[in-house]
Design a protein. Structure first.
Length: 170
C-alpha cells in the first residue's frame, strides 16, 4: 500500500511513502500571523520558481507575497494602499498577477511589485466579484465575474477586459 495508514485518529494523514512534506512559512512573529485575505489558492509561477499567496502586511492590508518552493523567507511583492479582494492568477509568461482591488481589476508586475488598474473603479453593487481573475492563454485578456442587471434580473456574469499597456488607467 502506497499510503501509510494513520493509527492515531487525532493526527493528519501521512504523505505517500517516498514523499516528504515540509513547512515553508513561519509567521508567528508577525503582527498578523498566517496567510490572510479573501479565500484563495496558492499559485505557482509558470516556471515554478515562486509560490504566490496573500497575507496582511504590518498595516493590516492584504498584499501579495511570494516564497521559493525550496524555502527561505517570504518576500512582500506589493505595497498597495488597498487590500487584494479576490483570488488571483499568474499571466502565462509569469510577468503579471491579475486580481480585484478597490472595485477594479488590477495587474501587478511580478518583477517590480508595481500594481496598476486596468478597469475603471465601479460602484460596490457592480464591482468585480471576489472570484479569481483569469488570464487568457495568450495573456491578452483577463476574465472576471461582475454583478449585472438585465431585464430586472441581477446575476453574476463573466466579463473580459483586453489587457494591453495602452488600455491601463493611471
Amino acid at each position: 500500500d502506497l499510503i501509510r495508514a494513520s493509527t492515531n485518529i487525532e493526527s493528519r494523514p501521512s504523505p505517500p511513502v517516498g514523499i516528504s512534506q515540509r513547512r515553508l512559512t513561519f509567521t508567528a512573529d508577525k503582527k498578523f500571523p498566517g496567510l490572510q485575505g479573501p479565500r484563495h489558492w496558492l499559485q505557482s509561477s509558470p516556471d515554478g520558481s515562486r509560490i504566490a499567496f496573500l497575507m496582511k502586511d504590518a498595516a493590516g492590508i492584504v498584499q501579495f507575497w511570494t516564497i521559493s518552493p525550496n524555502g527561505g523567507a517570504p518576500t512582500q511583492l506589493t505595497h498597495n494602499h488597498w487590500s487584494v479582494a479576490s483570488a488571483f492568477t499568474w499571466s502565462p509568461d509569469g510577468r503579471e498577477l491579475a486580481y480585484v482591488m478597490d472595485n477594479s481589476i488590477f495587474v501587478t508586475d511580478t518583477a517590480t511589485g508595481r500594481s496598476r488598474r486596468v478597469t475603471e473603479r465601479t460602484a460596490d453593487e457592480i464591482a468585480p466579484r471576489p472570484e479569481a481573475c483569469v488570464f487568457s492563454l495568450d495573456g491578452n485578456k483577463i476574465a472576471f465575474v461582475r454583478r449585472k442587471k438585465s431585464d430586472g434580473v441581477e446575476a453574476n456574469q463573466i466579463c473580459v477586459v483586453f489587457f494591453q499597456a495602452k488600455n491601463s488607467i493611471k
